[in-house]
Structure formats: structure tokens, C-alpha cells
Design a protein around this ligand. Sequence first.
Ligand code: URA
Length: 438
Amino acid sequence: MGEQTRQPPGSTTLRVPRDFIAAAETAILHSNPERFAFLYRLLWRLRSEPHLLKIASDPDIRRLEAMGKSVRRDIHKMRAFVRFRQIGDSPDERYVAWFEPDHYIVERNAPFFVRRFTGMRWAILTPHACADWDGERLAIGPGARKDDAPLEDTSEALWRTYYWNIFNPARLKVKAMQAEMPKKYWRNLPEASLIPDLIAGADEAAKEMIARMPSTPAPHHAKMQAKHWPVPKTPRQDEDGADARSIAQARKAAEHCRRCPLWREATQTVFGEGPESARIVFVGEQPGDQEDIAGKPFVGPAGKVFDDILEEADLDRAITYVTNAVKHFKFEPRGKRRIHSKPNAGEVQACRWWLDKELSLIKPDLVVALGATAAQSLLGKPVAITRMRGEVIERDDGLRIFLTIHPSFILRIREPEEKQAERERFLKDIKAVKALMA
Ligand code: URA
């Protein structure tokens, strides 16, 4: 044994699974004053029960899980509900927020705010600790009082207008809303002062909204019920997008696409979305039920997984371009439901025209193939995603393609641990994408 690793007499080495370190690092942030004794007990048990962490029914393991969950939720809430108020004027302005977390999460969460608000000078004050970013250095200091934080600034009115505009009275579910935005956070949110009025007026507002709604059924119902279709016309060149000089022109031309029969049953073409200057393009398979109705890619359940992972990887979707290998929804009607059906090679090949068009206009540095259909379309041959995920393949034309899974793969996994593990792997891939762009 080398000099540096020599143990003091009488001491022993304790080995614990790596997962314990990760779980303990989160649980130790919990506000429960017994957390140290609890973690010490677990450590002690792990000496004689090395597989303890795998016993999900063990009360200590359940408690460890619950503590972690509560801390993670608190971290998430802090990210969602911190509201900065400006003090001072440009160029000396600073932004200060008051927040009351349930747990000791300030230090853990501060790097997220540094990444998000790198260019601002800000401080987050809480009763137990404060984080201060001067634009170059992050400092963690002792707690503060609410009076130390400013109360109102000019951005309050902006928040209120924003919230007023996005509020949908027909969707109001008070319980769900309070679960997402518990009342304890309301007092620090400028927009919260509107909530009681919005709730009180929601019934009336919803009735008004219904009265204003068109009385025709959703477009896809009309299409599905129609028995006879007009014979598809041969696309004129200007409709076919060959002349398109911008994404907007290509999108317009694709509205009339008849390159394969999928247009007949779908509600509309779902073209890609995002800035033409994007350096990253994400390519999925095809729009799903919700995308078909909204006319936008990745807005349904798979889109939610995608958005959450991007957020966790701190990759802003708004600076990326998101599209699909196939631009029409392919489905099997089952009763009232429309069940996703995989596009065949001919449909993928026909739609490649549009994907190529998007890529030639955007000229991204990296394309991320989400799943096998996207990879096949981009590389022109079948690809074993599970074996090759995380790899970057350079095409003959120099375009770099990063391979990973489709987010709906995670949605299909039933077993919670496996689902979580797959989610972590996907997160790792997306972080790798971000690192490639740094
Ligand atoms: N799945 C996809 O591949 N694309 C979407 O837009 C939505 C779900």
C-alpha cells in the first residue's frame, strides 16, 4: 500500500455502491434534521447488506427515495418560480430574487441559474443561504430576510400581462394548478395576484370561448369521414418547393405535398419549426396525433419528454430546429382513436425531399437523428440505434449525424427503474450533443 493511501491504525475501508453516493448527495439536502443520522444508519447497513439499495420495499430505501423526490421537486420549483426584480439602472443594474425553498438546495441549484442568466448580475436570497453571481464568480453566503429583497419593479406588469394572455379558462383545473404552483409560491410571483380573479371569472370566460368556437368538427374528423377524395393533382414545381429560398417558402410549398399517399388521411403537413440560423437540427420520425392537429412537431407526449430532457441538459429548444423524417401523420383508426403507424421505406424516401430541403437551407453543424426512422432517412440505410447511439457519423457531404433514441421509446417502458435509466441515458446523449456544439 502506498504512503498516501495508508489507513490510520484500527480503521477499515468501507465500500458503497456508486448509486448510494448520488442518492445521499441529494437526500442530505433535505430539511429533515434527522437526515445525517438516517444516512449514517444506511451506511452502516450497507456494510452487511451490499444489495440494500435494490430492495425497493425496505422502509429505509423507501424513505431515501422519498427524500430524494422531495428535494428534486424543490429544485424544479425553484427553477420555475424564482422571479428576479431589477435594482439600479443600466449599466449598474442587478437582479435580486427572494425565494423560500423547502430544503437546502440553493448551492446545488445555483449553477443552473448561472448557466441561464450568465450575462446578468444577480442574487437569489433565501432564509438559509444566498447565491450571488457577479457575472464572473458565484458566491454562496448566509441566509437573508425577505425585507432584504426588493418588492416591485417594472417587469411585474409584464409578467401579469403574459400570464393573463396564456391563461385558458376552459382548461382550468384548480387542484392541478395548485399542485404545479402551490400557494406558498404565490406571494413571490407577480402574476399570482391575478389568480383569484381568473379563477372566479373562469366559468363565464369559458362559456364565452365556447360561443366563439367554430361549429365545424376538427379538420381530421371531417377528413376521416369523407368517403371520396379528389384525385391528387400532379404538383406544380412552385408548389413542390424546388424554388424555395427560405424555410417559410418550403413550408408553404409542403402544404400541398402529394409525394406519397399519407396526405390523404392526415389533417395537415407538419413541417419543421425553429430558426433558420439553427446550428442543431433534431429529426424525429413523423408527427403524432397531437402534432397533426396542432401543425407543429413534438408538441404531444413525446414532445414533453423531449422538452424536459432538453431543459435538463440546459439546451434551449428555441435555438434549435425540430423536424421529422416524414411530414404527415400515419395512423390506423381504432374507434375514436388514431393509433400511430410506422411509415414504410417508400414514405420515408418520398419525404426525404423535404428533409433535404430543410437541411440545405439551414446548413446545420450537427443533425440529431431521434430514432431509427430518422437515422434511416438521413443515412439512406437501416441503422442499429441501440448499438450505435451516441456516435457521430459523417456523411459523404460532410454533414455530421448524431444518433440517439426516439423519446417515445422512453414513454413505452413500463418498469419505473428501467424507464428512469433510459431517461438518464437519453439525457446523457443530449448533454453530449450540447458539448459537441460548445
Ligand atoms: N414523434 C415524432 O417523431 N415526431 C413528432 O413530432 C412527435 C412525435
